[in-house]
Write a protein that binds this ligand. Sequence first.
Ligand SMILES: Nc1ncnc2c1ncn2[C@@H]1O[C@H](COP(=O)(O)OP(=O)(O)OP(=O)(O)O)[C@@H](O)[C@H]1O
Length: 760
Amino acid sequence: MDKERLQEQRRVDNVVAKIKQSLNKKEKEYLKAHQETSSVEKNYVQNAKINTFEIDDRIETNAEIQQQKQLVAKNVENETILKRQLTTLKDLKKSPYFGRVDILDEGEDIPETLYIGISSFVDEKQDFLIYDWRAPISSIFYNGTLGKVSYDAPIGEQETDLLKKRQFLIQNAQIKNMFDTNETVGDNILQEILGSASDEYMKNIVATIQQEQNVIIRDTHSDLLLVQGVAGSGKTSAILQRIAFLLYHSRSDLNADQIVLFSPNLLFSHYISEVLPSLGERNMRQVTLAEFFSQRFEGLNVETLFDSYEKKLSSSKKRYAYTQKKETTAFMENVRSYVLNLTADDLQFTDIMLDDRVIFNKESIKSTYSSLPEALSPSHRFLETKNLLIKKLKLFISEETRSKWVLDKIASLSDEEYLDLVSDYKRSRFGELAEEEHYLALKIVKDRFKSVYDAIYNNYFLDIYRQYSAFLTENLSGSETLFNTQVEFHRLSLADCAPLLYLRDLLTGGGQNQKIQHLFIDEIQDYSLAQLKYLKFAFPQAKLTLLGDSEQALFSDVQEPTVFLDNLKKTLTVKRARIIQLNKSYRSTSNITNFIKALLPDGNKIHAFTRSGKKPKVLIATDHSDALSKINVQISQLLNSNTTVAIITNNMNECKTIYRKLHSKRPLTLIDNTARSLPQGVLVLPVYLAKGLEFDAVIAYNVSSNNYQDEHSLGTLYTICSRAMHELVLLSIGETSPLIQSIPSKLFSIEHQVTLPHKN
Ligand SMILES: Nc1ncnc2c1ncn2[C@@H]1O[C@H](COP(=O)(O)OP(=O)(O)OP(=O)(O)O)[C@@H](O)[C@H]1O
């Protein structure tokens, strides 16, 4: 083996030398591109400054500026591509590859040896020194056991004989570890990777993708891919590698802007933001549900999932019941049939005003709508109405040009105002004075009526909030009062967003983005079926990849995965649906995973990855001040062997209390809704902000019977515990939750309090 290792190291040295050469070349190209961009930019700025006084010159300058602008954009793009290539080459220089496969194709006598890394690399003879991990042949590294194997290639399924599979851990161009393996990617290297400290950013897992994860990553057939995976099973990792795979696979017709990922919170967005760049790819678009809705309800304060969670803890029974109804598929179906059955009389049209003047009154809008054939769909009729209103507005504007106020305005124009008005028209083109006057009058009136045009364009002639309120009266009587009050105070509850948008879009014919080709939703269990239905409607062309763990449900009761899947399939009518379950948990030590398994009624399905550590520790404090001093002691102990310790609570108030009491004693960071990055050290955060994240050590705060009374809080407790990678401490003030009491005592340790006698 030593001899072989030497040989392999020699190859590494060889490849790295070639990478360095290529890096030098690329660096020169990059420098040149950068200089070009700077000089074009300088030119652009100078051109934008000069020649803006005389109108003729201004027009010419504008055209030139446009040209220059395009040139700058092209250069910047070129520079960005080179920069990305440079980053990839720099990464390859340190660790050129992680895998090797030896294959023998049928009819061949000599086996072929291929090396697999994060990106392909060819030498000057165009020989592949490294194959990209996403190349068709590379899939056998992740999937195949030795012997006859097959893989998907552009020309169809191919067969070969896999003779050898070798894994490497290469750091700073030195082989640290290498061994041959038969089945999937072996445990040794995974052990080493999972045992290391947590990081501010998630890492890519391409060197150690597991077989079942590989299926998710390389699926190109399904319209709906639902990944149900236990905590820490690599769902998020798998979808990020999947995005990288899809970008590679469909390079010519898919780009990162056509992929949207709905992430649970902004902290999470930051956490995963380095994975794709580390694979040489651009990040997809990321959005949280709250951001998505807020953009669509300008001027209203949309409740976030977290506000909704905090409120749910104290919500009245009636309100809770309304919310539950609004989150169903049936409620969305009600919206659809409501829209289909609306008559012109039911529509809540509103006057279009300019200052105090009614330009179009609601009756005239209604009669325009009524005049259109009833056979048309509501959205068609609405769009037609809109077109007719715009036509009427044009007529109105043309008549208005003859009004006295317009003529007065022209007469009193200053030179500057005059120049401004004729800026995009050559003075010399005016034949007669009347022609010039007409041009000016039209411009003045158009400017004045721009807000009317915008109002029509943006559908403001329909009061959508009153319409939705009328819908509520018919379909969920009583709930409209709360909704109306909220809108009056410019607020909108999360449960109303999807049905309201659906109503608006079905009625007005907007809201659909046909460009997005892939939609990824993480933490699917936190989405209502109504929301999912709306997202499918809003991105009709998108293939869906949905990831979740029905047991990490914070905002609803834990749902049986099969029930959830059935509901989902009914809600999102798709052709090719596929469900993949991931049951192996990689994040935590086996001691922590076994504890978590015992917490769940069907925890047996979880398989722990064998990585040893300490048993979780349960501490019981007598009161709040005892709890705080215990936490303080625990933090000190945990920091001896961990970089990041997270105190995770049930809600924000608990976080604030802990922070207030502890921050004078030791450095710690309070993470709230506005946090965008994750520092190291000691953190305090509520469970909903910890979603999708992981920490070296976790202190689960106050797991008492008061806080976690029964199975309704199981999802929350499970989510908190499963954030821990290496150590888990649970602290209860008073009696522990019955959920913990039911765990076999051998799976955790209880720290007994020893009261030392006072010395006299
Ligand atoms: N094949 C793998 N190789 C190396 N590390 C892995 C692999 N799969 C998962 N991991 C690691 O396990 C941890 C959990 O992964 P990830 O966050 O993707 O899981 P998840 O299923 O999304 O978790 P959760 O639902 O609990 O948030 C991460 O540290 C990830 O890097």
